[in-house]
Design a protein around this ligand. Sequence first.
Ligand code: PEP
Length: 246
Amino acid sequence: NTLRRPVVAGNWKMNGNKALASEMSQAFDNQHFNNVEVIVCPPFPLLTQLSKESVKVGAQNISKFDSGAHTGEVSADILKDAGCEYVIVGHSERRVDNFESNGLVADKVDIALKNGLHPILCIGEPEDVRDAGDLFDFLSAQLNAVVSKVGIDAFAQLTIAYEPIWAIGTGKTASPEQAQEVHGFIRDFLATRNKEVAQKIRILYGGSVKADNATELFSQPDVDGGLIGGASLDPQSFISICRSAA
Ligand code: PEP
């Protein structure tokens, strides 16, 4: 798709160390991916260890506050100072482990945008919601919370990651058809509010993407790349997935 630059983002979750950060930076030095944007999102202490010449750097979370007395939190300013351009917001693991509501996720998108960071907004349904036929209502509620907070025009600065919860870390990936169906729905949802934004926004698929299934998923018309968990920890697998998006 000529309108949208493909993007592959690696989410290390609570994995990795300084050695992996330098291994990853070295592996990506002098790699060219034909226009694919590569982002690595390691744990906070490793953000400054990743070479920004090789990859772009993103955080996995952001505080909803600007600064001050919020022990354990990390602000947009601190993230930018550490070299971040991107931040993952609303990952399903944070929605579950840290009780992040749609409202809190919207607040975090808002503060990221106000500070010039690009949010990677994660949405996705649990398996029982899909089985009950409530998939599109569930995703609409997740999207609506953010639209009402920041407005549709601000989505020009966002990347969306569709991550069905049943596919994350399970080895059970969505089929390319299932991914396309939802990505098409997300783009239509946005298009009824702002056509231009809907055409330009990158929508990533996440959920057990590996080197051997990436090409098929990324070839779907509304799949603009991927958010990669487990397979982003191995430099060679991650490089191969990045190539698949070209
Ligand atoms: C993720 O954490 O965003 C993810 C998609 O994980 P995995 O690739 O391991 O399923």
